[in-house]
Design a protein around this ligand. Structure first.
Ligand code: UD1
Ligand code: CA
Length: 454
């Protein structure tokens, strides 16, 4: 039986007080709606139908690459009306999972459980028991069987005591949606078409309404304002941190760790506090990351140690490298094994060969450095003439003296030496010494200027 996913995302999100539509607000670095779409994709949904309203253009643009069907709900007349507008594109058979674009953390596992229990009955809900259920739709049961959902505003005092709530996540047979939704009415406290009324319709049709509870409460938490967004961010982060620790990662403090993407790890990876990991990253065995590092779309191979406050963006680091503190690896930085990159060294679009070192204050841009070379403190590859970029090639076992400028295009041969303070504009041959500096001037018994008398 095929599964469709319907995502409600037409609400205004007024309480965010933002120009950005609510479902585009980021949680763990990705828009709320992306979390839901990614989970839907994991379920191999046949079609993903997203109901949009406010800021629809921006929302659709953000998901252009995705195979998502968009249905407009021009006026927000209620959750039941929202699902009703999908009927023209909704298959007549199979089932639909109904999700919310602002409930981003629902998991594949919970939805699979929901699908399993709903297949037998034709309708199922994700419910949750809360100490304070105020504001939510309540699950009314008789002899333990679900009879109806009553919205808080429509509930009587006795119903308001009910602690089991509707999370707004459902699984319903498409045939039933086609049958029930046109019959919804808006005669209720809010004058809205309530999706929740389909539960009473199911009971009237003699169906049983199944339910499951999520393993963790944050899976069904919605986001209405920035306070809730920040709270959910922390819960999601602590869930991710726990998963990493269960895989053997030593997080010095899981409360001060942020993963905004995917991290694959080997054994005995250690991560100090306040590290932010973005996009797709991979750390090999025994990798150590110092405090305050920001690492995006980067692979760091086994045994490499990163000292605090280093920044990586689309870099590849070999085994047993030593990086930082305060190093910056920009896109296209490719370090072989045992490379050392030290403080205030920036590497962009450059490959650095086995065991080469650039330990202090250096810019390596559009460079190819061989193995076993030493790049002295303050070396700059002058790769840009104001209009074009050029390459610097440095061979194996070269030695670049401190404070040298290598004006690209230029190449330094294997075993060549550049004297400190040189501006190198011509190629340097293998095993030769090149330096470029004016002769040192010496003035004996020199008097420094004295402070003028007023
Ligand atoms: C809904 C449920 C309530 C449940 C609660 C869980 C109904 C009538 N009530 O209430 O039982 O406890 O969610 O959070 O369904 N939306 C649209 N179009 C509309 C109205 C809403 O797309 O016309 C979207 C919103 O953007 C949101 C979702 O539907 O993503 C839920 O809407 P919301 O107004 O938050 O529903 P609640 O009143 O909180
Ligand atoms: Ca809500």
């Amino acid at each position: 039986m095929s599964t469709s996913v319907i995502i409600l995302a037409a609400g205004k999100g007024t309480r965010m007080r933002s120009n950005l539509p609510k479902v585009l607000q980021p949680l763990a670095g990705r828009p709320l709606l992306r979390h839901v779409i990614e989970t839907a994709k994991k379920l191999n949904a046949k079609n993903i139908i997203t109901i949009y309203g406010h800021g629809g253009d921006k929302v659709q643009q953000a998901f252009e690459q995705e195979n998502v069907q968009w249905v407009e709900q021009a006026e927000q007349l209620g959750t039941g009306h929202a699902v009703k507008v999908t009927l023209p594109v909704l298959p007549s058979d199979g089932v639909s999972l109904i999700l919310s674009g602002d409930v981003p953390c629902i998991t594949q596992e919970t939805l699979e459980k929901l699908l399993a229990v709903s297949r037998e009955t034709g309708i199922g809900l994700v419910t949750l028991t809360l100490n304070d259920a105020a504001g939510y739709g309540r699950i009314v049961r008789e002899n333990n069987k679900i009879q109806a959902i009553v919205e808080h505003k429509d509930a009587n005092d006795a119903q308001r005591q009910i602690k089991e709530i509707n999370t707004g996540i459902y699984c319903v047979s498409n045939a039933k949606l086609h049958q029930w939704l046109p019959k919804l009415s808006n005669k209720n406290a809010q004058g809205e078409y309530y999706l929740t009324d389909i539960v009473a319709m199911a009971i009237a049709d003699g169906l049983e309404v199944a339910s499951v509870e999520p393993e963790r409460a944050f899976e069904v938490e919605g986001v209405n304002d920035r306070v809730q967004l920040a709270a959910l961010e922390r819960e999601f982060q602590s869930y991710q941190a726990k998963k990493l620790m269960q895989q053997g990662v030593h997080l010095i403090d899981p409360a001060r760790f942020d993963l905004r993407g995917q991290l694959k790890v080997g054994q005995d990876v250690r991560i100090d506090i306040n590290v932010v990991i973005e996009g797709d990253c991979e750390f090999g065995d025994n990798v150590e990351i110092g405090a305050g590092c920001i690492i995006k779309n980067t692979t760091i191979a086994s045994g490499s140690k990163v000292q605090p406050y280093s920044i990586f963006d689309n870099a590849i680091v070999g085994e047993d490298a030593q990086i930082g503190p305060f190093s910056r690896l920009r896109p296209g930085a490719k370090l072989a094994n045992e490379v050392h990159i030290g403080n205030f060294v920036e590497v962009k679009n450059s490959s650095i060969g086995l065991g080469s070192k650039a330990n202090h204050f250096t810019y390596l841009g559009d460079a190819e450095v061989g193995a076993g070379s030493n790049i002295g403190a303050g070396t700059i590859t002058c790769n840009y003439d104001g209009a074009n970029k050029f390459k610097t090639i440095i061979g194996d076992s070269a030695f670049i003296g401190s404070n040298s400028s290598l004006v690209a295009p230029v190449s330094i041969g294997n075993g060549a030496t550049v004297g400190a303070g040189s501006v190198i504009t011509r190629d340097v041959a293998e095993n030769s010494l090149a330096f470029e500096r004016s002769k040192q001037v010496a003035k004996e018994n020199y008097q420094r200027p004295q402070k003028l008398k007023k």
